[in-house]
Write a protein that binds this ligand. Structure first.
Ligand code: ADP
Length: 477
């Protein structure tokens, strides 16, 4: 009973019933005021006049009132109607029901002379009664009128006798047609919905191979497309999760294996000399540090992802933050004989943000630049006001990033050259930097030419109208 087609059928039948009822009511109201109702009784009256004048005795030619009265009385009795004889001017000469109220036969509705044929019409008497009448001229210059009271219920009778049944038949036929239509329509609507339900169930059970139909009416099409998009999204996010887990385990396994090996060497006495012991200890420490670093990065990402930790927002002197970062990296640049230069605009617009986090971003970019730039190279940190915000760029003359990798370096754990990166990173630095910049409502982008160098540009908006937009939940794929 709850299926689509039964509901559609019920709706159709309800509409048909309602429409039939309205049509019936409308017809009834129209009929009450329609001349159609009087047509049949008038035709009968006309027939009676004709028959009476053709077959019956002729009206007395003379002006004898008693003869006239007898004449109309006889005809009235024969045809069971009221019969009157009038002059051409409308004056009553004889009336079969002389005591009854006299209907007002409007002169204009009456024939003018005997040759004028038959006229029919409605007349009201003084007491509100309505009469149907038929008038006909009779020689030499008189009129004979057949009249009968108009039946009150004639409209209802006509409706019940002549209209109700055909109307019900039409309603029945329409209901049958509705049944067929309801079946067809419900099937065409229900089929894609059933398919979509199947797809949704599939997604719930981890089956992403089925696709929802994307044809049919606009709403169904939109639903199908949304479902397919959702399926793709869920699939992608599950894949990301799996990759993420695989990456984390892989990255943790390497230092753990190393720690395990050297700890074993200490435990079973393989590392017996003081130097070997010291070296083992140093490596264990270094690898543990690497793991601690990675776990801290992962925690960072998780917090940024969940939007849990609001940025510690305060007015910033960006110039101060940037120069401090450059100074921190100067010794490392000196060691590698890289020329580290700060190109900071004299006046950077004041801004609001999390100084520590932004400092982390710049440090990460400078660290990468120094890591990938050979001795004798050059790294420039530039900052200046830009459309609606501040632009900070870190430019190096290093190895550059191949175009295929450039689009992926902001992904978690993505490293351009795994073996080259073994020196330290785990491919999380840029992902974190991007999250922080975006949490500030800014953008981070990279340009690079292999062999010439790379440029990472951070754009940060000046004022944030709404605090809550600072930490946005990211819709990760
Ligand atoms: P990691 O911590 O491993 O350096 P990042 O997320 O910071 O990870 O960087 C991702 C990848 O992008 C790195 O593997 C590195 O190869 C590449 N990369 C980042 N910055 C530069 C740069 N300035 N020049 C060349 N390659 C870079």
């Amino acid at each position: 009973m709850n299926s689509l087609w039964t509901r559609l059928f019920a709706a159709f039948v309800l509409v048909i019933l309602l429409v039939s009822l309205l049509i019936g009511l409308g017809l009834f109201v129209l009929l009450r005021n329609s001349p159609l109702v009087d047509r049949q009784p008038l035709a009968e009256l006309t027939g009676a006049v004709r028959t009476a004048l053709r077959e019956g005795s002729r009206p007395p030619a003379g002006g004898d009132p008693a003869a006239l009265q007898r004449y109309v009385g006889d005809i009235a009795a024969a045809y069971e109607v009221r019969v009157l004889m009038l002059t051409a001017a409308g004056q009553v000469l004889a009336d079969s029901s002389a005591g009854d109220p006299l209907p007002d036969f409007n002169l204009r509705t009456l024939p003018r002379d005997a040759a004028d044929g038959v006229r029919t019409g409605l007349a009201r008497d003084g007491q509100g009664g309505v009469w149907l009448f038929v008038a006909r001229g009779v020689p030499p210059d008189r009129l004979i009128v057949f009249a009968q009271p108009r039946a009150r219920l004639s409209a209802l009778t006509l409706f019940l006798e002549d209209i109700l049944w055909p109307l019900m038949q039409a309603g029945l036929i329409a209901a049958l047609a509705a049944l067929g239509l309801a079946l067809l329509i419900s099937r065409s609507i229900a089929r894609p919905l059933q398919q979509m339900a199947g797809v949704a169930q599939g997604i719930a059970q981890g089956d992403y191979t089925r696709h929802a139909p994307t044809g049919g009416p606009a709403e169904v099409r939109a639903l199908g497309q949304a479902l397919n998009a959702m399926s793709a999204q869920v699939q992608a996010s599950q894949q990301t999760q799996r990759d993420f887990l695989a990456n984390v385990s892989h990255e943790l396994k390497t230092p753990l294996t190393s720690i395990q090996g050297f700890a074993q060497a200490i435990a079973d006495g393989t590392a017996d000399s003081p130097q070997a012991l010291q070296r083992s200890g140093a490596i264990i420490h270094q690898e543990a540090e690497r793991m601690r670093h990675m776990v801290a990065d992962l925690l960072d990402l998780a917090r940024l992802d969940a939007g849990l930790r609001a940025l510690d927002r305060s007015p910033l002197d960006l110039r101060l933050i940037l120069s401090a970062a450059v100074e921190r990296f100067r010794p490392r640049a000196g060691e590698k004989a890289i020329h580290l230069q700060a190109d900071l605009a004299e006046h950077l617009p004041p801004m609001i943000g999390d100084g520590e986090r932004l400092s982390q971003v710049v440090a990460n970019l400078l660290d990468n630049a120094l890591k990938h730039t050979p001795s004798g190279g050059r790294v420039v940190l530039a900052a200046a006001g830009a459309e609606g915000g501040v632009e900070v760029a870190v430019k190096d003359s290093g190895a550059g990033i191949p175009p295929d990798d450039l689009g992926r370096i902001f992904e978690r754990f993505y490293q351009v050259d795994k073996s080259r990166a073994r020196s330290g990173g785990m491919g999380l630095g840029l992902a974190i930097a991007k999250e922080i910049v975006e949490a500030h409502g800014g953008r981070l982008r990279a340009e690079s030419v292999v062999g010439l160098g790379s440029k990472f540009t951070v754009w940060l908006p000046l004022a944030r109208p709404d605090d809550s937009t600072l930490v946005r939940r990211k819709d990760r794929r």
